[in-house]
Ligand binder design. Structure first.
Ligand SMILES: [Mg+2]
Length: 230
């Protein structure tokens, strides 16, 4: 019987793409808008790609209307460039991730999905390179909503379509590496497992009071037990 819907963030939680992702977004912004805005130093962690694009361009003085006009173009340019430019060696998996996904996917009491600020095209490509896509039959992405906190309801709906089970909030576990993942879980009273493998330290994450907190996911048995019993 299904007990938990487990929703994974991508960047900083499953993997990192070093500077390649940032450089690709910069290339797309320059191609479409003629400026990179503040993209070179902007804090991307835990934010929706759509929000990042607006924030960095507003810094360069562009208004909402101008940004919106070419938003679809920059999104597609970014995804196309990422497919061309991101190399397998740019993708670094976080500690313990292959083992954790393998263990969780073999269980019959959980279903896995994605809850990420990536667009579907870019997020799926990042996962394609280390062959992780098959672990995640569905997800909620930056294409689906303007705010990260609107994504859990979409993921729950998609899990229902896939499994026939309507997961209650306390049966949903959101796994991420930033305060935004933790806050997102709290907005629907879901459980949150935070992991300090991204840019936030365990101490910083702890101040946002996740239900569980790990330095990394290397202790597979302990992490699986925590996630399924939380
Ligand atoms: Mg993240």
């Amino acid at each position: 019987m299904l007990k938990k819907l487990i929703l994974f963030d991508i960047d900083g939680t499953l993997l990192l793409t070093g500077n390649s992702n940032r450089q690709t977004l910069i290339d797309a912004l320059i191609t479409v808008y003629g400026t990179e805005g503040s993209a070179r130093r902007h804090n991307f962690a835990g934010k929706m790609d759509s929000v990042i694009i607006y924030e960095v361009l507003k810094y360069a003085g562009l208004d909402d209307e101008h940004i919106a006009e070419k938003f679809t173009a920059v999104k597609h340019t970014y995804i196309d460039l990422l497919r061309k430019q991101l190399r397998p060696e740019d993708v670094v998996l976080m500690k313990g991730i292959p083992e954790l996904l393998m263990e969780l996917s073999e269980r019959e009491d959980v279903v896995l999905g994605l809850l990420t600020g990536n667009f579907e095209g870019s997020g799926r490509h990042k996962l394609e390179l280390p062959a992780l896509n098959h672990f995640f039959p569905f997800g909620a992405f930056a294409d689906d909503a303007h705010h990260r906190n609107d994504l859990p309801a979409i993921a729950v709906q998609r899990a229902h379509s896939l499994t026939g089970k309507r997961f209650r909030a306390e049966e949903v576990v959101i796994i991420g590496d930033t305060e935004h993942d933790i806050n997102c879980a709290k907005t629907i009273q879901a459980k949150c497992v935070a992991v300090a493998t991204g840019t936030y330290s365990a101490e910083q994450l702890g101040t946002h009071r996740p239900d569980a907190l790990f330095d990394d996911f290397s202790d597979t048995e302990n992490v699986v037990s925590c996630i399924v019993n939380i």
